[in-house]
Design a protein around this ligand. Structure first.
Ligand SMILES: Nc1ncnc2c1ncn2[C@@H]1O[C@H](COP(=O)(O)OP(=O)(O)OP(=O)(O)O)[C@@H](O)[C@H]1O
Length: 331
């Protein structure tokens, strides 16, 4: 079943178009990363899913319900970790979870929920004394009350240290294993890369890409960094020649017996051939793929021609979501 279905959703706030003609489908059980720079429209989209904001145009279905007509049914089956959640300082962790249990009118054991997020030992402490990471975990515990079918996490890792962020990832993955659909908005890219099956990239209210991270990589043909180990020091003239090859962006020495070359994927073999033609033996080479951050920038920076409007990339074998076939990279 489809967990989230947005069709032609636009939301305008007076003269600001926060979301523009957004069509997106998230399948049940998927962990979907929703990426975009500040102001791209991520929170507005989440608010539309929960009927906190009404779209100017378009239709929204969540867990098979019309988000607008059946918002109560949607909220009953959805757990939300809102952006910028803050605790009630004088209430204990357990009291927070009890509050969520009462609000959702479900029958749940607060201690079991706190245990799931690693807060069992702090259940009786006032949340005002919790660290930032503990507060986020408490927010997640509240979202998990009632075993929702859909978890919406708006920037769940903000303010977390690496250990806290790792724990958050582990909880997300274990929820996904239970079959929960997770809609995960973030601009912390490693988080998204580590947990998401697919990502959608929003830019100025428009969905500019949606695919698996692997698919996005292929579609952007983002530059790869090649580390070429050689048997002897490469002359400056040879380095200059490699630098002038088509598709090569930069060449730097990496010690005396290796080069680091940034180039299009197609240019990799040319680089190796060129070195060998100069009598240099390539003893090894490794490719470091573009990070999600590179991909994100390729899709969201103004001056980069990604050349992949999500609809053009079928030729590369990437399968963009059909709903963005007409989406153009916003300029
Ligand atoms: N209630 C509102 N009234 C007027 N403009 C709004 C309102 N809510 C959002 N906007 C505008 O809509 C655009 C998208 O905002 P939104 O908060 O959805 O972005 P975001 O991607 O969640 O950003 P961030 O990563 O900074 O949280 C912004 O230009 C914002 O100023």
């Amino acid at each position: 079943m489809t967990a989230i279905e947005l069709d032609g959703v636009t939301k305008r706030f007076e003269d600001v178009t926060a979301v523009s003609n957004l069509s997106l489908t998230v399948e049940e059980g998927e962990v979907f990363g929703f990426l975009g720079p500040n102001g791209a429209g991520k929170s507005t989209t989440i608010n539309v899913l929960l009927d906190f904001v009404r779209p100017t145009a378009g239709t929204v279905r969540v867990l098979g319900h019309d988000a607008r007509e059946e918002s109560v049914a949607v909220r009953e089956r959805t757990g939300v970790l809102p952006e910028g959640f803050d605790v009630y300082d004088r209430l204990t962790g357990r009291a927070h979870v009890e509050f969520a249990i009462d609000s959702k009118e479900v029958d749940a054991d607060p201690d079991a929920v706190l245990e799931r997020v690693g807060l069992a030992d702090a259940a009786d402490r006032k949340a005002g004394g919790y660290s930032k990471g503990m507060r986020q975990r408490l927010a997640l515990a509240m979202a998990l009350v009632g075993d929702p079918d859909l978890l919406i996490l708006d920037e769940p890792s903000s303010g977390l240290d690496p250990a806290g962020a790792k724990e958050m990832r582990e909880i997300v993955l274990s929820e996904a294993e239970r079959g929960t659909t997770v809609f995960f908005s973030s601009h912390i890219l490693e988080q998204v890369e580590a947990v998401c099956d697919r990502v959608g990239i929003l830019r100025a209210g428009e969905l500019v890409a949606v695919d698996s991270i692997e698919g996005l990589r292929e579609a952007t043909d983002a530059d790869a960094t090649l580390r070429v180990a050689v048997d002897d020091r490469v002359d400056d003239e040879v380095i200059a020649e490699i630098r002038s090859l088509a598709g090569v962006q930069s060449v730097d020495r990496d010690g005396d017996d290796a080069l680091r070359v940034t180039c299009d994927s197609d240019a990799k073999t040319t680089v190796v051939t060129e070195l060998e033609e100069h009598g240099i033996t390539v003893t090894d080479f490794t490719t470091e793929e573009a990070s999600l951050e590179d991909l994100f920038l390729a899709y969201t920076e103004d001056d980069v021609d990604v050349g992949v409007d999500a609809g053009e990339d079928e030729a590369d074998g990437a399968e963009p979501d059909s709903s963005v076939e007409d989406t153009e990279v916003a300029r």
